[in-house]
Design a protein around this ligand. Structure first.
Ligand SMILES: NC(=O)c1ccc[n+]([C@@H]2O[C@H](COP(=O)([O-])OP(=O)(O)OC[C@H]3O[C@@H](n4cnc5c(N)ncnc54)[C@H](O)[C@@H]3O)[C@@H](O)[C@H]2O)c1
Length: 268
């Protein structure tokens, strides 16, 4: 394997790199797609939601016609569909430099109400898919290496009510990150996790909408943040850009917490 030398260079550019972002149709994934496109990467969005995915691709491509974004419809819950992704990327781009395992679901229930079927769905999308998608795409990374970024959560390290299966999936994703970082270091592939806190996306909107005291809850959550606000998708996208570029060339196996200080607080 080619050994990468340390370098003082850090342009923050992704020019010439190919990036695949799962769950890129909306929310955090879409913000990452937009940030990577701005950094001159060739971006492919993978999602199971065709309508939203194609709309995102249209908008991003119209904004920057010189850097067209493409869409791949895949349901990551289906191992057979995961196996098709490498062929699609090979024929469209011929290589892969950055994989962002971002797609995830928060379909949790209180512990006594969790079913085997729902546990399996949460774990299949949030943990099994990143494992087998990364495995399937490994041959597309060149000897120059690349970056895998797994979008985990502060649930991987902190307990929240009625979130046990989700937390297990996200803690598993951090374990996957560490172990793959070790396994893939010799191939110059850096593997890191991002642990977002409360980020205003559909996931969080839905949670508030279905809560009886949504507005009050939103304010309570905001007040828990030392930085005085909840996060926005661009906050996570900026962290992803750092982990994707040479600016993080000696960073692997880590968890980058993006939560406005929420989890460092010991007293309210
Ligand atoms: N929003 C938050 O506060 C927050 C906090 C911590 C971690 N996260 C994590 O960030 C990631 C993105 O969350 P978000 O808030 O942007 O969610 P979102 O619901 O806005 O977007 C998730 C995207 O993933 C896609 N997706 C879901 N299941 C899929 C499947 N089986 N196959 C293909 N695509 C699938 C959806 O269609 C959707 O476009 C998730 O992994 C989530 O767990 C979010």
């Amino acid at each position: 394997m080619k050994k990468m030398e340390g370098s003082a260079e850090c342009s923050g550019s992704l020019s010439g790199r190919v990036a695949l972002i799962t769950g890129g149709a909306q929310g955090i994934g879409r913000a990452i797609a937009e940030r990577f496109q701005q950094a001159c990467a060739q971006v492919c969005i993978l999602d199971r939601d065709v309508k939203t995915g194609e709309a995102a691709v249209r908008e991003l491509t119209n904004r920057s016609p010189a850097m067209p974004v493409t869409f791949l419809r895949v349901d990551l819950e289906q191992p057979d569909e995961i196996r098709t992704v490498a062929d699609s990327m090979q024929s469209s781009y011929g290589r892969l430099d950055i994989l962002v395992n971002n797609a995830g679901v928060e379909l949790d229930r209180a512990f006594p109400e969790m079913s085997v079927e729902l546990w399996d769905r949460i774990l299949a999308i949030n943990l099994r898919a990143p494992f087998f998608l990364t495995q399937a795409l490994l041959p597309l990374f060149t000897p120059d290496g690349g970056a895998v970024i797994n979008v985990s959560s502060i649930h991987s390290t902190h307990a929240f009510p009625d979130s046990t299966a989700y937390a297990c999936s996200k803690a598993g994703l951090v374990a996957l990150t560490r172990n793959l970082a070790l396994e893939l270091a010799q191939r110059n592939i850096r593997v890191n996790a991002i642990c977002p806190g409360y980020i205003d996306t559909r996931l969080w909107d839905e949670y508030l909408r279905t809560s009886s005291d949504g507005d009050e809850l939103a304010q309570q959550v905001t007040d828990l943040h030392p930085m005085g606000r909840r996060g926005i998708p661009a906050d996570v996208a900026n962290a992803a850009l750092f982990l994707a570029t040479d600016c993080s060339s000696f960073v692997t196996g880590t968890q980058l917490v993006v939560d406005g200080g929420l989890t460092i607080r010991t007293h309210t």
